[in-house]
Design a protein around this ligand. Structure first.
Ligand code: TPP
Length: 684
């Protein structure tokens, strides 16, 4: 009998069915492996044989697996939170490495023992290093998606959290920005109804984030049972399709039980009733999924048992292998604070001098020149776009010349500015050069700067780096009151991993801006707004387009032999004037303009101190805990024997900066204060 050739449609259907089946089984495998890893890890903690801390993912495995397998490995990006191990495994993270991270071993990914377990990082799999600060990943995901959109890449960005994290302002800032820009982000909230011991009723108005988030226009919201494979899969598919087609962000809120404690340090019996604990255990998504698989006839019970036994064995082997991996060496503890980078200064004193220019214009020209050269540079911040070009005009003309894609206004939200800049820099292409309108308003974005940006290179064991430039007008003397006058460099200097530049003149401002743009590390430029248009000292012949100066090198702006005056920003200007005046009175002051305080050029300082034997450090910031204290300590540690007098520090008063001119003058360091201090020190 002649057999009938199957129709194309039938083959298609069979293949589809085959694909669907294998996707289903793969999901089962990932979810169960995650479960077995948990069981093994908590056993190791109980037996005191492994890591000291464990966060279990029981109940969260199905949602993580479905999401990971709905993405394309090495094409799409993942920013999974700590309870998303199934996602990490599903996207391809190596199980031995996950155990290695749990045991604090020297593994290639997941931070080389620097982060607690399950803080994922794998550059090859496009998983940027995660932190412990709940919710800080959202804006980074959004910034990353913005960069991908600018490149026209249809790669999806997955970011997950628990329900508690949605109380963070960053979550709402991220939804806002991603909707404004129609970004391909998939937000997945794994809603287990608890944040440690706090139930969702005490956490979220209305009892669920879905209602609140539905108000963001352009956000597609899915409310699904995290134990329902079919519903989860279809929500993930639709979300990925939206991201691929540049249709905008999606939010999947998956209801899951948290089966077990928040972490190995937690005892749920202190805040959950026995009935609640039992009820949550009965909602186990893995049991539900197993039942569904059997019902669908995808596996028989005995086949399932064989597979589970095999996966358990693999977990045991991975755990054993991880124990063989050595710990990181003691010597590596200070590796990767900065990404290594060498820049040769290119400053050409012999060329014919260009016209004199004030600092604000030199910054503006520097940005234009770099925009012309490198299309990967993007500028954004409050009011930076269009005709306004920033409240001081540093970015004027950029939007008109290079378009809204490259110079655009951000929402009025500093965490958004810095958080998205971090994310945008992850793609290895973009170079965000963002503006915070006044350094006084950095504080609403400080978590992204302090806890995130500064330490990403270190925390990832050198795997990730953030080439971000943050420009901030800073300082006082313009009657700006307490919120337009702050000098914040001392706070920032206590934050390893940042480079901090403080130019005092147009020449340095332009050359150092160019160096910052080339640097693979985060660089903060504190531009003194009192110097933006100052002519006498700060206006300079404009540097040529190709000129660049190394960050971390101080400049002796006046040589002298009697004492060393160390300055930066406004005090360089004041100090120089005072020193010139005192020269005529036979006091020879050597003035150093540090230009950057991180890294600090101790060599130039120590050479000068060895010559003069006396040091005065003058800064605009309040004296207590000002950066001068750090310099004084360093000098006395290094060259105490060369000192002929105690090191002196002067700064402004220890209070907020008042507005009224009389009060402002009385508060801020004045030229006369510098002069008095020099005369006193000289006579010592
Ligand atoms: C900003 C911040 N505050 C506090 C903590 C301490 N902490 C760690 S996890 C957690 C609960 C998070 O709950 P949720 O977001 O619902 O996720 P779940 O742990 O329930 O999966 C808290 C308060 C933190 N890591 N970050």
């Amino acid at each position: 009998m002649k057999t009938k050739t199957p129709s194309k449609q039938l083959i298609q259907d069979l293949l589809q069915a085959d694909k669907a089946k294998s996707q289903c089984l793969k999901t089962l495998e990932v979810a169960f492996k995650s479960r077995f890893v948990d069981e093994k890890m908590s056993k190791l903690v109980r037996q005191n044989k492994g890591g000291t801390f464990h966060m279990n993912c029981l109940g969260h495995e199905l949602v993580g697996s479905v999401c990971a397998l709905g993405l394309t490995q090495k094409k799409d990006w993942g920013l999974p939170y700590y309870r998303d191990r199934a996602f990490a495994l599903g996207l391809g993270c190596d199980m031995t490495e996950l155990f290695g991270s749990f045991l604090g071993r020297d593994i290639k990914h997941h931070s080389k023992g620097r982060m607690m377990p399950d803080h994922f990082s794998d550059k090859e799999l496009k998983i940027p290093v995660q932190s412990s600060v709940v919710g800080s990943q959202f804006l980074q995901a959004v910034g990353l998606a913005k960069g991908l959109q600018l490149s026209g890449k249809n790669e999806a960005v997955y970011v997950s959290s628990g329900d508690g994290a949605t109380s963070q302002g960053d979550f709402h800032e991220a939804l806002n920005f991603s909707c404004l820009h129609k970004l391909g982000v998939i937000f997945v909230v794994q809603d287990n109804g608890w944040a440690i011991s706090v139930p969702v009723e005490d956490q979220t108005a209305g009892g669920t984030i879905t209602k609140i988030a539905s108000g963001y226009e352009g956000l597609k919201v899915f409310d699904v049972d995290g134990g329902d494979y079919e519903k989860l899969s279809s929500a993930v598919k639709e979300s990925v399709d939206r991201a691929r087609n540049f249709e905008g962000p999606s939010l999947i809120v998956a209801k899951v039980p948290r089966i077990g404690p928040h972490s190995s340090s937690d005892d749920p019996k202190k805040y959950k009733t026995k009935e609640q604990i039992d009820q949550e255990a009965q909602l186990d998504p893995l049991e539900k999924f197993e039942t569904w698989i059997l019902k669908m006839g995808l596996l028989q019970e005995d086949e399932l048992d064989v597979l589970k036994a095999q996966w358990k064995d693999e977990v045991e082997i991975a755990s054993k292998q991880a124990e063989e991996i050595p710990f990181p060496s003691k010597e590596s503890v200070s590796d990767h604070i900065y990404k290594e980078f060498e820049l040769k200064s290119n400053v050409c004193p012999l060329r014919e001098k260009q016209e004199s220019i004030v600092m604000i214009d030199s910054i503006n020209h520097g940005l234009h020149e770099e925009f012309e050269k490198d299309p990967a540079i993007v500028v954004y911040g409050q009011d930076v776009a269009d005709g306004k070009g920033g409240v001081f005009g540093a970015t004027r003309g950029l939007t008109a010349k290079y378009g809204k894609q490259r110079c655009f206004n951000s929402p009025l939200a500093e965490s958004t500015i810095i958080g998205t800049a971090i994310g945008m820099s992850f793609d290895g292409i973009h170079k965000p050069v963002v503006e915070v309108q006044f350094s006084d308003y950095l504080w609403t974005g400080i978590n992204q700067l302090f806890n995130e940006l500064s330490s990403i290179h270190y925390r990832s064991g050198g795997e990730w780096n953030c080439p971000v430039v943050v420009r901030m007008p800073t300082g006082g003397y313009i009657q700006g009151g307490p919120y337009h006058s702050q000098s914040i460099e001392g706070f920032l200097a206590h934050c390893p991993g940042l480079k901090i530049v403080l130019p005092s003149n147009a020449e340095d401002a332009k050359r150092l801006l160019k160096a910052a743009i080339l640097d693979p590390n985060p660089v903060i430029i504190l531009e003194h707004k009192g110097l933006y248009r100052q002519r006498a000292f700060s206006a300079r012949a404009e540097p040529y387009e190709d000129e660049v100066d190394e960050i971390g090198k101080a400049k002796v702006i006046k040589s002298g032999k009697d004492l060393t005056l160390i300055t930066w920003g406004m005090t360089s200007v004041m100090g120089f004037e005072v020193a010139e005046k005192l020269e005529k009175q036979d006091i020879s002051v050597e003035v150093i303009d540090l230009r950057s305080i991180c890294p600090i050029d101790m060599e130039t300082i120590l050479t000068s101190v060895k010559k003069t034997g006396k040091v005065l450090i003058a800064h605009e910031a309040a004296k207590t805990c000002g950066f001068g204290a750090e310099i004084a300590a360093k000098i006395s540690e290094e060259v105490f024997e060369y000192l002929d007098a105690p090191i002196q520090r002067i700064g402004s008063q220890d209070s907020a900066v008042p507005y009224s001119k009389v009060l402002e003058d009385a508060h801020l360091l004045q030229k006369q204060d510098i002069e008095n201090a020099i005369v006193k020190l000289d006579s010592f």
